[in-house]
Design a binder for this molecule. Sequence first.
Ligand code: SAH
Length: 495
Amino acid sequence: MTGTVTLVGAGPGGRGLLTLAGAEAIAQADAVVYDRLVDGSVLDLLPLHAVRVDVGKESGRHPVPQDQINEILVCLARQGKTVVRLKGGDCYLFGRGGEECEYLRENGVPFRVIPGVTSAFAAPAFAGIPVTHRDCCSSVHIVTAHARAGRALKIDFASLVRLDGTLVFLMGLSALEQVTDGLLTAGIAPDMPAAVIENGARGTQRKVVATIAGLADRVRAAGLRSPALIVVGRVCGLSDTLDWFTSLPLHGKTVVVTRPRGRAGTLAARLRALGAEVTEAPCIETVERTDTRPLADALDQRHDWAVFTSPAGVQAAVHALRALGRDLRALYGMKLAAIGRGTADALADCGLTADLLPRQYDGAHLADALISAMPQGGAALLLRAAQGGRLLPEKLAAAGVRVTDVPLYDTVYRCEKADAIRALLEQGAADVVTFTSASTVEGFVQAVGAAGCAGFTALCIGGQTAQAARRYGMNVKVAANATIEDMIACLLEGV
Ligand code: SAH
């Protein structure tokens, strides 16, 4: 059975501008063939088993030739795979998508096309430039300014100037002077507003707005680099008035989120909404244990409190009970303690209300609160990671509490994005790294090495996490209370 190929436009940057249809297709892919401009946050949506083929062109290195890309697509589909061909922006606009579909059709491979948000419209929008405006123009024209090696541009500048609409040039940065000279020679007003937008619609976006006559010099002086596009037209005059993006509080900040896959979502999404460029680089994974005997044995004994120290522990408890043929009613009669808001929320998702949350969300305060709430000779059942801190059980035991510490899952240090974070750190391009547990600090250090711990702010959720980060000499900021909200508030106070 031949598989299918779905061409998907990945949008111009982070996955917020990916279409829902595109996200669904990616989540179901067995294989993805992607270009250089596709953002890592979009690739994060792939299932873990999916085969990844990078055919991107790093400038300087040779790209995979088009006929080979065509062949790769057919080959993967003939293996019966559900293939996604991911392209930056829209998949047909200057993306050679048409050629690929022709080849698929010739070879009898069924295909679908899911258009994407093109950079030609998104980058101007993020730079405060509406591509049309009734007071300015009645058309917009998208032009490639890419010339074949050594040849002059083949652009009919006279016609473009006559149309008097907004002009968007893609792939034009290296030919910027040729474009501006061509337009000026064709009679465009020298004071016509124009702009170059680098990394449009991304947290790292930069723009230069000037008259068409002064644009090239200004852009060279600012050192703008690819990917960038050129916009020409009176609409560029609105760029300051309609700028909404650069005034977002975290604009220009690059943040690395180290939470495990599946849990990074809310923090990363909220940081992006505040304007940050976010790299999700999970540094730990939780692996649930299949040996449920310790839990079964523990349930045979009487306990006054069931104690949860992470959302992962709640999930693991539900799964372990199910494996035993039981459910959360097995905790009947026990009171429920949660170390913090996130863990209490995970309980709430199961229909359970935590009876106890410590004043401060860490192991020491949890131990104190439990000791005060515990009857004489009471017993606590800890449902948590095998690598959980010693402080909590030791404090409880010292106060005469009988403790049963049941390891439900292991925290494993694994980071698939180690190379990507190392590259960011080497360029000094990471402003902030977020840590939501001491284990994420350990996982990060394992991934990048102890030498990689300088040059950024370590934003930590609580005291123990901060302590772990300080041990590696990191420049630490700690949230006032151990919640994601407080971490964000702490970041907004200025890093
Ligand atoms: N299919 C893509 C365009 C591919 S051509 C789309 O619809 O966006 C590649 C060119 O697109 C780059 O040379 C650059 O001019 C432009 N481009 C792509 N992403 C961009 C971005 N985020 N910011 C500015 N320009 C971008």
